[in-house]
Design a protein around this ligand. Sequence first.
Ligand code: PRP
Ligand code: ZN
Length: 285
Amino acid sequence: MEKIRIAVQKKGRLNDSSLKLIADCGIHFPKNSGQLKSPADNFPLEILHLRDDDIPGYVMDGVADIGIVGRNEIEEQRMDLPVMENLSFGKCRLSIAVPREKSYTGVNDLEGQIIATSYPYLLSRFLAENSVNAEIHEISGSVEIAPAIGLTDSICDLVSTGSTLLFNGLKEVETIFHSSAVLVRNRGLSPSKLELANRLLLRIRAVKRADAFKYILLNVPDEKIDEVINILPGLKSPTIMPLAQKGWSSLHSVIPEEAFWDNIERLHNCGAEGILVLPIEKIMF
Ligand code: PRP
Ligand code: ZN
């Protein structure tokens, strides 16, 4: 039977979330014990575990059919890959950082500097846009130690929590690109592989949607039902069931999580009681 291959980051920021997303899609695969490939048990899918920098190229060449990778890698490598879905994890930024004790007043301070980075294209684009002449020193890993060992004046690297910069005595001074994970595919997928990719995409969207919504149950005095319905922008009209206690009803609905937090006080003021908010595993329309 035909299978599709998905490339995911072997280790690093995107690894856990990528594997969790696939697992949340109901796809099981044996625990990876360092192999390059692992086949899923219950979906025609094979996972390729790769360095994130290699993922765009592998998908471009068709070694992998689809891949989960940061936009930063795709943009840096200028790969023309169709994005099937923006994913909500792997948020980070590509930033320039300088030693904490150095003063920094603006981009002109970078003039004449040597900057270490694994992102020479994105950095050179930023420097050109700002008419700054600086020397780019390309290194593939541990960019953050370059200033401390006297190799360069500053760095340009991904920042997510900021702890790597903090730990290395650096401060972020310019943000040049915002990134998060995307699902990309090879442009020339066969119709049968495209169909498999779309089946997976359907599941991914169901998981994403479910993450953003909550199932809410609450008890409301009957005369307040209309008011509460106006507060909660449900997917469809809520389910209303009478409670054993006369004059009260139980109201069930699916709402975006932020709508709940924004409206919790108004619900309370309507006399709503016993409010339960439950996670949803999947939502299909
Ligand atoms: C990036 C970057 C830093 C780290 C920053 O590495 O190179 O090392 O994340 O994250 P922090 O702000 O939370 O400390 P990445 O996981 O992309 O791995 P790679 O550079 O080896 O591909
Ligand atoms: Zn990388």
